[in-house]
Design a protein around this ligand. Structure first.
Ligand code: AMP
Length: 359
């Protein structure tokens, strides 16, 4: 698909809701977003879909040649296909974030605390890991885990082997169970010139491993500063360009990193309405070498719609909410949309938390 205008063009590898919201942000700032996807993918409602086999390096390279820069919407992509591609964030950053073992080691190299962890590739490793990490603990596949998939919680040693079997005996990490008080995430953007911006910490509430609700800001100046110091270390060590999200467990005043996402992140969807510049816009700005926009934000709450979208007739009665329907077919456990509220609309938020099963 040849470029017809002088507008910068960003290609996304994938065409789900993250690509959809990147394309919407692109429209606002005159950036063309085209998506490698298949017919029916939800980003196709606002952006051209180009059929590309994401496992085929030649096809990915051909797609990338028609774009100024390519980006990802999932870290679960084979980095080998990115060899000859101008991709941001870099293939190195994606490679670290897609495997829990180098990811956790990288956190530690950057001086960031994590839960204790031990790699598991054999039954012997599993026994040793149990001795070292103790119980309760969580056995997680190193790759392809998302929304709580690919992990089993262990409370007794004799559950471990069956748990590893159930995960397909693939390489795993055994991780100590953290009795955290909150889960918070920090989202930042860094551009090619090394400028960085940070959104306020966001508190996240999960159920069954899936994010249900994000509340921003999680206001604590000391924690904000501490999380930003962690983030700066990660961004600079990777010479990172784009948006990076880091999820932390908070216990007392201690932050332990759980994982990072080298892309726009569900816990930053509130920035579309809640911040002067959304994570989507700043991601495009960063990877195109543009100046980053202000992250000045107001209190905002985001609720995920899981499985099905509430009917429009119900949401339109609430003037306080912004409705984002990704246009996906309903399916249990699937993120099909989200609702955003100013934090002051606490009564409406509570009503929708009930309707969406958050409380
Ligand atoms: P993850 O796929 O690593 O993001 O895990 C999904 C969710 O499981 C997290 O958001 C936490 O709620 C929970 N979880 C993951 N790892 C741990 C841990 N080490 N200790 C306690 N809870 C955890």
């Amino acid at each position: 698909m040849k470029k017809k205008s002088n507008r910068p063009r960003v290609g996304t590898l994938g065409a789900g809701q993250l690509a959809l919201m990147l394309a919407e942000a692109g429209r606002k700032i005159g950036v063309e977003v085209v998506c490698a996807g298949t017919p029916g993918d939800c980003a196709g409602r606002v952006a051209p879909l180009i059929p590309v086999d994401l496992k085929d390096a030649a096809q990915v390279a051909a797609f990338a040649r028609e774009c100024d820069v390519v980006t990802i919407e999932t870290e679960n992509i084979d980095v080998a296909v990115l060899k000859d591609v101008n991709v941001l964030p870099s293939a190195r950053a994606i490679g670290i974030a897609q495997d829990r073992l180098p990811e956790k080691r990288f956190f530690r190299d950057c001086g960031i605390d994590t839960a204790p962890f031990v790699p598991v590739e054999s039954e012997d490793d599993l026994r040793r890991a149990l001795e070292m990490v103790g119980l309760p603990s969580i056995l997680k596949t190193r790759r392809m885990g998302y929304d709580g998939k690919g992990q089993v919680r262990l409370t007794k040693a004799d559950q471990a082997l069956a748990a590893w079997e159930s995960l397909g005996r693939v390489p795993c990490v055994l991780e100590g169970f953290v009795r955290f008080e909150s889960e918070v995430s920090l989202i930042a953007a860094r551009n090619k010139g090394g400028d960085m911006v940070f959104w306020p910490l966001t508190e996240n509430f999960h159920r069954d491993g899936i994010l249900r609700c994000s509340v921003a800001p999680f206001y604590d100046e000391t924690l904000q500063r501490r999380a930003e110091v962690c983030m700066i270390s990660l961004l600079e060590k990777m010479d990172y360009v784009g948006v990076l999200a880091v999820e932390f467990f908070l216990t007392g005043d201690q932050l332990a990193a759980n994982e990072m996402a080298p892309r726009v992140h569900n816990s930053g969807h509130w920035t579309i309405e809640g911040s002067k510049t959304s994570q989507f816009e700043n991601h495009l700005r960063a990877i195109l070498g543009m100046e980053l926009g202000s992250t000045e934000s107001t209190g905002t709450v985001m609720l995920n719609c899981i499985g099905t979208m509430p009917p429009e007739s119900e949401t339109k009665e609430f003037q306080s909410l912004w409705r984002h329907d990704y246009g996906k077919d309903p399916r249990p456990g699937r993120k099909v949309g989200h609702l955003t509220f100013p934090v002051t609309a606490s009564r409406d938020i509570y009503e929708w938390q009930k309707r969406l099963g958050v409380v």
